[in-house]
Design a protein around this ligand. Structure first.
Ligand code: ATP
Ligand code: MG
Length: 414
């Protein structure tokens, strides 16, 4: 075994990273709960078909990023690259259609075979919210407001800009698609190889191209807003009115697309300038065609997903938890006594750390490393007298207290 390394694009999350991760999830759960969303946990893997059908063969995710394998029973399985498809599958197989409007939140790992770089991993983690069964623009407003509130409570609202676009209804999008194909067709020789392939299969995706040559072309391309029919214009106008009422600022971004066919009307991203090319922290939109595409009844849907790692990196320092009490028993009798004391303190709500071996000096240095404020030292001599030492590690002072009064003598948590 020479490969004692994490697999490329994966990482262990501990220490500061773990605190950031928890902070993001804790705030998310609190905000989503207050918006009336219920938690759902879907499996880490699904039949590959679930993603292939919904994301489409030509999407980046399906064509080159999926972790797929044949399991021992011969089934074709894929580790989930995103939440929406799995949640839509759960909605159908769990009979949630009966419930009317369903509002769900989830968080957990995702898997995509991507080129790893800062803010881009092969196993990464997402927060996700979905509203199913609500075709009204108010649902889009609520879902965006949830994203905004999350960023506010994380202290990131001022660093992120909400980009907004409308992809229109299918009729509008078809008209736009024709115009777009005509435009790019006339500029075929300057188009990148990737975008040339997108031209026939998924022309809207060209708007999203990272290629410089493509971007120059895109700057002069027709824009969706000129092709929206009345229904589509009314829809995005209602969404914007809701955002205005809430005082949520946005930037119109005609190049913002979600590359998949079932997306319609609202598309949005919260983008920061603080993460280089990986600046999108939240991305979402309306996907009224998805459930039908999966074989279910026509059902409206709107939602977003956010990268936990990216949000975590933007957080200012996350403080460590409460400072522990270090328990330092010396000798066998003291160790038994310490077991009891640790249990009592923990039941009383205190954080207690106990090293299992070592000389006093080594244990005190561990206590300092753990950021303990107080150490309780149980030496043989003290124990014989029915006493213990409480040492204030910040002050460097200590005093002896009777064992019975130990809990009361320990100053409150700081
Ligand atoms: P990008 O344009 O950065 O590739 P995407 O459009 O593929 O993003 P979505 O599928 O919309 O991303 O996922 C939602 C969010 O999940 C992104 O905005 C981002 O914050 C995060 N995300 C996506 N892919 C990764 C990854 N490989 N590593 C870390 N976070 C990611
Ligand atoms: Mg991507």
């Amino acid at each position: 075994m020479s490969k004692l390394q994490p697999v490329r694009g994966t990482r262990d999350i501990c220490g500061d990273d773990a605190r950031r991760f928890s902070q993001v999830v804790d705030i998310f759960k609190s905000v989503a709960g207050r918006f009336g969303f219920r938690e759902i946990a879907t499996p880490l893997f699904e039949f590959s078909e679930v993603f292939r059908r919904t994301l489409g063969e030509t999407s980046d995710v399906v064509s080159k990023e999926m972790y797929s394998f044949i399991d021992r029973g011969g089934d074709e399985i894929t580790l989930r690259p995103e939440y929406t498809a799995g949640i839509a599958r759960a909605y159908l197989s769990g009979g949630m259609q009966q419930e009317g409007v369903v509002k769900l939140y989830a968080y957990g790992p995702m898997f995509r075979y991507e080129r790893p770089q800062k803010g881009r991993y092969r196993q990464f983690h997402q927060l996700d919210v979905e509203i199913l069964g609500a075709p009204e623009p108010q649902a889009d407003v609520e879902i965006i407001a949830l994203g905004q509130q999350l960023l506010e409570e994380m202290g990131l609202a001022s660093q992120a800009t909400l980009h907004l676009n409308s992809l229109g209804d299918p009729e509008s999008r078809q008209a736009y698609r024709v115009a777009l194909v005509a435009y790019f067709d006339g500029n075929k020789d300057t188009l990148s190889k990737d975008s040339l392939a997108r031209l026939s299969r998924n022309p809207l995706r060209i708007l999203d191209s990272k290629d410089e040559g493509d971007q120059k072309l895109v700057a002069n391309a027709p824009v969706m807003v000129d092709y929206l029919n009345e229904t589509s214009r009314d829809f995005i106008t209602s969404v914007k009115r809701g955002l205005d009422i809430l005082g949520i600022e946005y930037t119109d971004n005609p190049k913002l697309v979600r590359g998949l066919d079932y997306y319609c009307h609202t598309a949005f991203e919260f983008i920061t300038n603080d993460l280089g090319a990986q600046g999108t922290v939240i991305g979402g939109g309306r996907y009224d065609g998805l459930i039908e595409q999966m074989g279910g009844p026509a059902t409206a849907g709107v939602g977003w997903a956010a990268g936990i790692e990216r949000l975590g990196m933007l957080l200012s320092d996350v403080p460590e938890g409460p400072r522990p009490v270090a328990l330092i028993p010396l000798g066998e009798a003291a160790e038994e006594k310490a077991l009891k004391i640790a249990s009592q303190l923990r039941k009383a709500g205190r954080t207690v750390d106990m090293a299992f071996r070592g000389k006093l000096k080594k244990r005190l240095s561990r206590a300092n490393k753990q950021n303990a404020r107080y150490a309780i030292i149980l030496g043989e001599n003290e124990l014989a007298k029915g006493q213990a030492i409480i040492r204030d590690l910040d002050e460097g002072s200590q005093r002896e207290v009777p064992l019975e009064g130990l809990l009361a003598a320990l100053p409150p948590e700081s």
